[in-house]
Design a protein around this ligand. Structure first.
Ligand SMILES: NC(=O)c1ccc[n+]([C@@H]2O[C@H](COP(=O)([O-])OP(=O)(O)OC[C@H]3O[C@@H](n4cnc5c(N)ncnc54)[C@H](OP(=O)(O)O)[C@@H]3O)[C@@H](O)[C@H]2O)c1
Length: 242
């Protein structure tokens, strides 16, 4: 068994917010596996971070499941035990002009399969062992563009906004299915704010490190089910209504 040694899987770990999240978890003592699509970039990032990696297109749910099984088996052979933390930090923006009445089936499917369907597949594959072990944390990168209130679903970028609204609903629903943290399993979504990454652009106001802070905190925070909550959308370590 893994004793005090904890391990994590971070998707989107090749760059941007996933890379910074993986870096933070490694600094916190986790053994980390990173996942993304472009194998060359991923291998370079894994070398920089000093962690393990597996390349897969998360839109391919069968291959994603297979890769997650392989990682779990490898971790088991290293006596790492049941997965402690899953951070889903991959994602794509939908095309600029993707208003509901202007986009098409291909763009809808591309965005929803990467941003939402893969979240289901990864959690459905990995979380049963965590809940059985009465432990584990899942953190999914969402976005304030997916909120039903505030700056959320106010039109435009329809596939992206709807995929993130789906992520917000997904974590809330799963948290109720798993005892709202009382059974040791936590699941939350975060909005990182507008960050300087390939997706956010170089003029964004926040660094990727600032954007990753809440995900790392959720993955490592002390949790008392009588005082703390899970199944929520967070930004800057605070709950955001969605
Ligand atoms: N940046 C922001 O301002 C901002 C704001 C709100 C929410 N977010 C959310 O935060 C998350 C991370 O964003 P980011 O800014 O770090 O994005 P990014 O810099 O564009 O990086 C995207 C990551 O997702 C991976 N990815 C994309 N499609 C994939 C696929 N089909 N299969 C496997 N991996 C795939 C990429 O892998 P490759 O390197 O292999 O392509 C990369 O690691 C996303 O969910 C995004 O929606 C970002």
């Amino acid at each position: 068994m893994n004793g005090d040694k904890k391990w994590a899987i971070v998707t989107g770990g090749s760059r941007g917010l996933g890379f910074e999240t993986a870096k933070g978890l490694i600094a916190a003592g986790f053994t980390v596996y990173i996942i993304s699509k472009d194998e060359k970039r991923l291998a370079q990032s894994a070398q920089t971070l000093g962690c393990q990696y597996r390349a897969v297109d998360v839109a391919d749910n069968k291959k994603l499941r297979q890769v997650l099984i392989e990682i779990t088996e490898e971790a088991s052979s290293k006596d790492l035990g049941i997965l402690d933390v899953l951070v889903l930090a991959h994602g794509v923006m939908s095309e600029k002009m993707s208003k509901t009445l202007r986009t098409n089936d291909d763009e809808w499917r591309r965005t929803l399969s990467i941003n939402l369907d893969s979240v289901f597949t990864a959690v459905n594959q990995l979380a049963p062992a965590m809940t059985d072990a009465r432990k584990g944390r899942v953190v999914v990168y969402s976005a304030c563009l997916g909120r039903m209130s505030g700056p959320g679903t106010h039109g435009g970028l329809a596939p992206y906004r709807i995929s993130k609204a789906g992520v917000n609903a997904f974590v809330k629903n799963l948290s109720y299915e798993t005892g709202l943290g009382a059974r040791g399993f936590l699941v939350d979504a975060i909005c990182p704010g507008h960050c300087r990454t390939d997706m956010g652009g170089e003029d964004a106001p926040r660094s990727a490190e600032q954007g990753a802070d809440t995900a790392i905190w959720l993955a490592t925070r002390d949790f008392d089910p009588t005082k703390n909550k899970t199944g929520l959308l967070w930004e800057d370590r605070q709950v955001v209504d969605w």
